[in-house]
Structures are given as structure tokens and as C-alpha cells.
Design a protein around this ligand. Sequence first.
Ligand code: NDP
Length: 369
Amino acid sequence: MDLGFLLHALIPSWNSVAVLVVFFAYLAIAGSMLPGKLVPGVTLQDGSRLHYRCNGLLALLLLVGLFGVGSKMNLLSPTVISDRGLELLSTTFMFSFLTMVVLYATGCRSQSKGSSLKPHITGNLMHDWWYGIQLNPQFMGIDLKFFFVRAGMMGWLLINLSVLAKNVEDGSLSQSMILYQLFCVLYILDYFVHEEYMTSTWDIIAERVGFMLVFGDLVWIPFTFSIQGWWLLNNKVVLTLAAAIANCFVFLIGYLVFRGANKQKHIFKQNPKALIWGKPPKVIGGKLLASGYWGIARHSNYLGDLLLALSFSLPCGISSPVPYFYPIYLFILLIWRERRDEARCTEKYKDIWAEYCSFVPWRIFPYLY
Ligand code: NDP
């Protein structure tokens, strides 16, 4: 691809703005109106709690249904996204940038003393803009953090479906594309089936809404997690049966560890006496779970996620490093995140955390790290 073509493809068009506006409008309306369990978030420092309407699965199924029906009735092309991937990427990037400018300006003016909206201004413009200054900014009653992460995950699926439609249209649907699509759709569906577990994750409870989070959710997740799909559009891979079966196993094991670990922590937080793997849990200092996956490594959930990420890339074979962008990036991110979480937990739990670390010495990879 020559540079001139690339730059031209990156220029946003009104069509890409329209796609984005329709998508965000749908998410705002569906998120506010569709029924869903109202889940209380963690208690914030000021004692308040946000409540999250977990209707993401219904919103996603309806969105995919509308996308399918719209395509069938020729109201839109199923390749509407894959035909303008680069311009959608630049449009979303600009949107994230502008959103962050607005959030930064409104955040700086906030007089709120509550945990959600109190501005945290260090005076370092870059730092504040990157990490954000408010924990839970809202727009028209919509919690933006929850909204953005949802948009990222749903956007990823929409991109994948449009790439799949393009592959079918080209008449070159391959086993690799089917495997990649299947793993991603299961992962994304599972995410929304368990959406309430997200309410206790680091992003939701601890991260402020800065460019890192807005860009990460809106641009990074949908556009880089789908690189494998884009790559398979232009590259043919022939997988042996053994390779395909091994790939399914990596996905399955990754899924069991990822979901199992996140579920055990969530259940433990709700009921510290709940059985873990059929036995009473080992609890340190009355607060930290040290059995099940959390007795094997202090972040087994990251290990599961890394295996899943690898399984999304393995269908692309090993001829190019490009489809391995996501697992490599995730590896770096989770190592960094684990360090940040470790620092947070050391400060929060003090001696109890030290005791947990000596009981469970491995951070992510048992016997390795
Ligand atoms: P965790 O869900 O692991 O949350 C960490 C928090 O859990 C800690 O700060 C602490 O908070 C609590 N905790 C830690 N250890 C224990 C324990 N033994 N017992 C009880 N509570 C404990 O981390 P994340 O929010 O970072 O990740 C959630 C999921 O999201 C992971 O599976 C991760 O892989 C995935 N993820 C995926 C990304 C992607 O790009 N694909 C990016 C980031 C995350 P507390 O104060 O509540 O006790």
C-alpha cells in the first residue's frame, strides 16, 4: 500500500462521521432504555455508589439484529465498515481527542467534592489529560466510562462482522477466518453475559477518564483487536487439522482460566464464605481470596486473557508478526497493569497483601513470573 493511498484513505468523510454518530446514538438510547439488571458499583471513597444498568447483551443482540436486517433490506451495506476502515479509524481518533478536550475543560471547572466528579489536577497538563481528572464523568445521565468500554467491545464485533461480510463477498472465506471470528464472537458475547463483573474491575473502580481510557476504549480495542481479521482478508493461511484443534484448546483453556478467575473474585467479593472449587475458601486477613485461581497466581485472570489473545492470532499461522500485535500488546499492558495494581494493593492492604504475596508468590505465570 503506498503512502499517498494510505493518507487519502485516512481522511475522514461525512459517511464515516454518520456511521459513528448512528452507532453512539444507538448505544446511548439502547443503554438507557433497554431493561437490564441494575448493579451497584463498589463503594467510593466518599461512601457513594454508582449503579450500572447491565443491559449490554440485549443491546448487542439488538444491534447485530438491526445490522443484519438493515443489510438484508439494502438499507446499508454489510461491508459499510470494512470498506472504510481507515477513515473510521481516523474519525474515531478525532472524536476521542475532542471528547477528551471537552472532558478536561469541564472537569477543571468542576466544583464537586464527591469522589465521582471531584477534579484531580496535578498541574501537569500532559499527565492530567492522559490519565484524566475525574473518576466518573457523566453526559446526559450516561456514565461515560461504562459507555466507552461498551462502545469499544461492540465496535470490535461490528468491525469483525463487516470484515467477515467482505471475506464472503470476495469468495475467499477460510477456515482461519471462521476460527478467528468464532473465538472473538464467543469472547465478546461472554463479556456481555458477564457484564456485571466489569463493575468491579480496575478500569471501572480506579481509572479516571483520560485520553488513555477514551482512546483505549474507542480506538484501540475495536481497531487493533481486529487486526487479525483485516490481515486474513489479504493473506491466505492453510491450517492443518492438528493446528486447528490445538488452537481450539488454547482458546478453551484461556477461557476457563480467564472467566473462572474473574468469577471467583466476583463471587468472593459478594460472599466471602462462598465455596471455591467446592471447598471453603482460604482467606487472608478476612479480605483477600487465596484459593482457587487466586491461590495459583495473584493475577491468573491475566494469564487466561493472554491465552485467549494468543488463540485469536494463531489462526493466522506464523508467517507474519502482524496478527500477533494484540497478544504482544496485551502482554506488555498486563505486565504494566499488574505492577500498578500491585502498588495499589500494597498501599490498600498493607501487611495483609505482604502475607498474600508470600502465600502466593507468582504474579501471573506460575513458576515463571
Ligand atoms: P482485576 O480484576 O484482577 O482487579 C484487581 C483488583 O482486584 C485489585 O486492585 C483488588 O481490588 C482486587 N484483588 C486483587 N487480588 C485479590 C484477591 N486475591 N482477593 C480479592 N480481591 C483481590 O484486574 P483488572 O481490572 O485489571 O482486570 C479485569 C479483567 O479484565 C482481567 O481478566 C484482565 O485480563 C481484563 N483486561 C483486559 C484488557 C484487554 O485489553 N483485553 C485490558 C485490561 C484488563 P479491591 O480494592 O477491590 O480489593
